[in-house]
Design a protein around this ligand. Structure first.
Ligand SMILES: Cc1ncc(C[n+]2csc(CCOP(=O)(O)OP(=O)(O)O)c2C)c(N)n1
Length: 912
């Protein structure tokens, strides 16, 4: 269909008038049309018109240029396995009412297109307006060369004119193909050969062992190597890379220059090289190095650890980078560069990719733009694109943030390097995400034991016939006149290095607990440190926290709330949960500990219990009282997050990896929503230390408790966490008093080691009159993992073990009924279980006492399955179970049924 289709001239005229008043009122393509029309000197509606026919043609040419920029990628030749497309109906002359005869006519064009200067302007963006004349043939040629050769670019969805123009200015003058020097070309060739040699060598020496060969995508190596050099040139000091299995070992060898003997040792199953914990496969481990470049500059390269769960690393890496940027201070977004490499199937399929893009511009989570590389080998295990995605491109998720995307032919290394340089420069200039997709193939099966001919026989016949990319490139350089001698032979020095490394012993291994972590102990210690804070300090902090700046008008109920907190501390009693938390935060901040709190609605708190950020009712300006007590460089940050658990929890884990000195907290709006972050819990929080020697002190606050709110909003699923407990990998707690919570938060920072902390937190108990503490409980002592009974052992006939919320309900009944024959023993920390303290708590009682475990959760949930064997062991018999029967769902949907059952549990507990 032509550009004008069957649109009426009257309608076009009306659009023209609209455009004259306000060009932005029209869509981009019509704007281009009228821009062109004006360039041609035309004017609709009877005004002066130099040549109406030429003006219309000029408009059409302008529209054609616009469309090439917009969808020229549809004609780009980027797929090594498919013939190149030659035409597209939307890009034909006829689509713009232009004719072949017009090819020789002269039209106006903007400067960037007509000026093939090889120098990429380094200056900040400027909108180009200068005009030049060119024939339509020349114009089409420039457009085709720029947008329809080895690089297809999607960028016209960017809504910032300056950003688009910036890209145009850097692509059109060079036709997206800068001239590389012979030295550069030979260097690229050498790297392609080394990448191929490395795979061939491993294939021969460690036949059949899984390595996830890069073959077919070897261009990744010269691409990354150049990225490292260009990054250092543009001021990057730390390049942090997250990448999956494919080609990871090759990148470690050829880009990170990890000693080859260390890589081989892992193939030889050399357990001397093994990590301290259970370890992980060789293509998941982390590595970092200071690489010295040829010009003498240095850049720190980090290959982040990576679990098998594809894309799970994305938000973790972003959090890690953000933490490092925060630590480096102002301007650090340009110094710390996140780079994420993805497979095509995973990038298109995994939802966390979209979540991570959504984080990319949020103030609490942005990292100044991520450079994404999609290694599109056109297959995911055995699944082809047609079954793997509904989008045209594997990269389409990137469009949600309008990230420019370069689709590049994987057998054109110069194009890949050029696009990556452009992408890097774009990221450094605009602080936004950008994507380079390499379209290549996978020469072998998914892994080294796989036969792709079973499922893709024709595709793999075609792949078999394709020469390797280094062969294609060497032939091209030969055609360009590079001499045989200069081209050399594949192998050369690298083959020798490989052979020699195979005979060498492995050298020092990359271990955890270095850098920021070097002062932390590896070993868990069961004793809680002293965490009390003196009374004068606490009252002074409470006073400061109740103050707002002069002229600031909080909501009256918030003013009263602040006052109540201050009074409770001044009186020294009735201190509730929210106040305890604020006191913990304030005391840590005043001692120099930075706190980062993130999650949905955390500033106010799901239950309106926190109010860490106050808002002026007159102008919505905000004020953060906790910032006023921070000292010694500490900062308090509370970020209301986007509505995601997976990416945000992953981000905070990554942040915490990099910030052992800070208290990093993720709070779920309701505990059960942590389900959405289960991958992060399994793959990172509970297992990162044993797999990769990467400890972590992330704290998770999970509101928990059955309160008649239905199957969701009731349970943080403690049973799941408890099932994951082993080797002191995590601390799972359910504190029952505000003071215990205060000590627990402080303990998390004061311990000389770091382990993730899971805290089941209250909802209705936030305001329960019995769920309060006195100031004395804050001024000395420590977090107590077990709280023994306080009744007179002589009179006690029944001991009820319990944890968290049910304790308050049992206490209420006990006090109400004046029962002196019952004692309550609280498990405040399930894991690591303090068997010694539990045993001590039991030794108080004589014979003839009944023991029961009471919980409100169904029998297959809560703490029962976990605690029963500890109690049985200590008691010599299994205690009685009081609680709901097994259930498929954590809580009932009907409030009345909930109340009845809850009462039944309490009744049963008091009538054993
Ligand atoms: C979340 C997740 N699901 C499934 C797998 C199993 N798996 C491992 S690799 C792979 C294919 C990945 O394809 P692609 O992303 O295109 O990368 P490629 O292996 O082709 O480089 C699959 C399905 C996984 N590792 N992670």
């Amino acid at each position: 269909m032509s550009f004008f289709g069957n649109i009426s001239p009257q309608w076009i005229e009306a659009q023209y008038l609209l455009w004259r008043d306000d060009p932005e009122a029209l869509g981009a393509e019509w704007r281009a049309f009228f821009d062109g029309f004006e360039l041609g000197g035309g004017e609709l509606s009877g005004g002066k018109c130099l040549d109406p026919e030429l003006a219309l043609k000029q408009s059409a040419v302008h529209s054609l240029i616009f469309r090439y920029r917009d969808i020229g990628h549809l004609l780009a030749c980027t797929d090594p396995l498919s013939p190149c497309k030659i035409d597209h109906p939307l890009l034909s002359l006829a689509a713009f009412c232009l004719e072949p005869a017009d090819l020789e006519r002269t039209f106006y064009v903007e400067k960037s297109m007509s000026n093939p200067s090889p120098d990429i302007p380094a200056d900040p963006p400027s909108v180009t307006t200068e005009r030049h004349a060119a024939t339509l043939r020349e114009i089409v040629e420039v457009m085709r060369e720029t947008y329809c050769r080895s690089i297809g670019v999607e960028f016209m969805f960017i809504q910032e004119p300056a950003e688009r123009q910036w890209l145009i200015d850097r692509m059109e003058p060079l036709r997206n193909r800068p001239e590389f020097s012979t030295d550069e070309k030979l260097n690229i060739l050498g790297e392609l050969r080394e990448a191929a040699l490395f795979e061939g060598f491993l294939n021969r020496k460690f036949m059949g062992q899984t390595r996830f060969s890069l073959e077919g995508g070897e261009v990744l190596v010269p691409q990354l190597d150049d990225l490292v050099i260009q990054s250092a040139r543009l001021g990057v000091t730390d390049l942090i890379l997250g990448m999956p299995h494919r080609g990871r070992l090759n990148v470690l060898a050829n880009v990170f220059r990890r000693p080859l003997e260390n890589i081989f040792a892992e193939f030889k199953d050399n357990i001397e090289m093994g990590v301290v914990g259970e370890g992980d496969v060789k293509y998941h481990r982390g590595f970092s190095v200071d690489r010295e470049l040829q010009d003498g500059s240095r850049i720190h390269l980090t290959m982040s650890v990576n679990p098998s769960h594809l894309e799970a690393i994305d938000p973790v890496l972003e959090g890690k980078c953000r933490a490092r940027q925060d630590r480096f201070g102002d301007g650090a977004t340009k110094k710390v560069l996140p780079v994420l490499i993805h497979g095509d199937a995973a990038f298109a399929g995994q939802g966390v990719v979209a979540e991570t893009f959504n984080l990319s511009q949020l103030s609490g989570y942005r990292t100044g733009g991520t450079l994404h590389i999609v290694l599109n080998n056109q297959i995911g295990f055995t699944t082809l694109a047609v079954d793997a995605r509904s989008s045209r491109y594997a990269t389409d998720a990137a469009k949600i943030v309008m990230a420019p995307v370069f689709h590049v032919h994987g057998e054109d290394p110069e194009a890949v390097i050029h696009a990556t340089r452009l992408a890097l420069e774009y990221r450094q200039t605009f602080g936004r995400d950008v994507v380079v997709e390499i379209i290549c193939y996978r020469r072998r099966g998914h892994n080294e034991g796989d036969e792709p001919l079973f499922t893709q026989p024709l595709m793999y016949e075609r792949i078999k016939e394709r020469p390797s990319v280094h062969e294609i490139y060497a032939a091209l350089l030969g055609e360009q006149g590079v001499s045989e001698i200069d081209l050399g032979e594949p192998g050369g020095g690298f083959q020798k290095q490989l052979d020699e490394a195979l005979t060498r012993e492995a050298t020092a291994v990359d271990r955890g607990f270095s850098g920021e972590w070097k002062n932390f102990r590896r070993e868990y210690s069961s004793t809680s440190p002293e965490t009390g804070v003196g009374r004068p300090t606490l009252t002074a902090l409470a006073d400061t926290l109740a103050k707002t700046p002069s002229g600031f008008s909080p909501h009256p109920r918030i003013a009263a709330f602040l006052n109540r907190r201050r009074e409770a501390v001044a009186k020294g009693e009735g201190i509730d949960w929210g106040t305890a938390e604020t006191l913990a935060f304030a005391s840590l901040l005043s001692e120099g500990t930075t706190i980062r709190l993130s999650g949905q609605d955390v500033r106010r708190g799901t239950f309106s219990q926190r109010h860490s950020v106050l808002y002026d009712i007159a102008n919505e300006k905000n004020f953060v009282p906790l910032a006023a007590v921070a000292a010694n460089g500490a900062e308090f940050h509370a970020f209301d997050s986007m509505l995601s658990e997976n990416a945000v929890l992953g981000f905070e884990f990554g942040y915490s990896m990099e910030s052992p000195n800070a208290l990093v907290i993720w709070e779920a709006q309701y505990g059960d929503f942590a389900n959405g972050g289960q991958v992060v819990i399994d793959e990172f929080i509970t297992s990162s230390e044993t797999k990769w020697e990467r400890a972590n002190g992330l704290t998770m606050l999970l509101p928990h408790g059955l309160e008649g709110q239905g199957p969701d909003h009731s349970s943080a699923r403690p049973e799941r966490f408890l099932q994951l407990c082993a080797e002191n990998n995590v601390q799972v707690t359910y504190p029952s008093t505000p003071a215990q919570y205060f000590h627990l938060l402080r303990r998390q920072v004061k311990q000389p080691f770091r382990e993730p902390l899971i805290v089941l937190t209250p909802k209705s108990m936030l305001r329960h009159p019995l769920c309060v503490s006195s100031l004395e409980e804050f001024t000395s002592g420590r977090f107590r993992e077990i709280l023994p009974g306080s009744g007179n052992p002589e009179t006690i006939r029944t001991v009820l073990f319990c944890s968290g919320k049910i304790y308050i309900e049992l206490l209420e009944r006990m006090l109400g009924d004046g029962r002196e024959d019952i004692d309550l023993v609280r498990i405040e920390q399930f894991y690591p279980m303090r068997k010694d303290l539990l045993g001590e708590a039991l030794r108080r009682y004589g014979t003839g006492v009944h023991f029961a475990w009471v919980q409100e959760e169904p029998a297959n949930m809560g703490g029962w399955s976990f605690i029963r064997h500890y109690l049985s062991e200590l008691l010599g018999e299994e205690p009685r179970y009081v609680g709901r029967k097994e259930a498929a769902s954590p809580a009932v949907g009907f409030p009345r049924t909930h109340r009845e059952k809850q009462e039944e549990i309490i009744n049963e507990a008091f009538n054993l």
